[in-house]
Write a protein that binds this ligand. Sequence first.
Ligand code: HEC
Length: 106
Amino acid sequence: MKYSLTLAVLLATAMAVPAALAQGPGVALYKSKCEMCHGPDGKAATPMAKMMQVPSFEASGVKKKTDAALFDAIENGKGKMPAYKGKLNSKQIKDLVAYIRVLDKK
Ligand code: HEC
């Protein structure tokens, strides 16, 4: 009885972390500002993405890049990727980097 309670608490804690990220503030921002180019799953399979030749996050090698590098790409833009400096604050950009990490794991 005692053990199963501990297990339940452990499981709940383990599951709470990704769930909190998935529902974090980055989601709404991503949906409104990034999804049209990067797609809901980051795979860039939208018509807009095809037209603009947006690579998937996987193809961009986002996994191997540091948070600082992704932050910089969002803040200052990169190639056809627009810069969000002045449009998003650093907290918002950090939330987006966190959400991209979640997407890229799926
Ligand atoms: C107009 C289309 C467009 C929109 C909107 C857009 N992106 Fe991009 N994004 C791109 C393109 C194109 C690239 C590929 C840039 C390159 O590698 O030349 C890219 C690349 C990236 C990368 C990878 C950077 C790297 O270092 O390789 C990240 C991270 C990213 N975008 C995040 C975002 C976020 C977050 C938003 C929303 C705030 C966003 N993008 C909105 C088109 C877009």
